[in-house]
Ligand binder design. Sequence first.
Ligand SMILES: [Zn+2]
Length: 134
Amino acid sequence: MIHELKAWPSAFQAAWDGTKSFELRREDRDFRVADQLRLREWTPPHEDPCKWRSDTDEQQTTRADIFCTKCRRNIDAPLLGSYTGRVILAEVTHVLKPGTFPGLETGFVVLGIRIQGRNHDRTATEQLRLNGVL
Ligand SMILES: [Zn+2]
């Protein structure tokens, strides 16, 4: 089974360099030893958390008025980002599940990984987007 996953730049780079041989992930799928991860480097508009504010009077503020001062998105809008085209293919060598060890929050899993390949490929759609066609 291959799991396609987004990886934020700093974490992706550490895996790319070979210094990070694990992944801390939400346990939103059934990760198993010998599965493969396809980590795709994904850049958000800014890597630090969004900084929320509203221009309206505090008394009248609704969620529709709250936006990020850095990326301008509304608090309920999805975080926009883009794929860089760099991809790491890795094999899952170990799965640490919550409940087996104190400190690992329910809903998360730690995966031991072994890098199998690094690529800088782009899908046709990504290439067109980079070229400004889409
Ligand atoms: Zn933001």
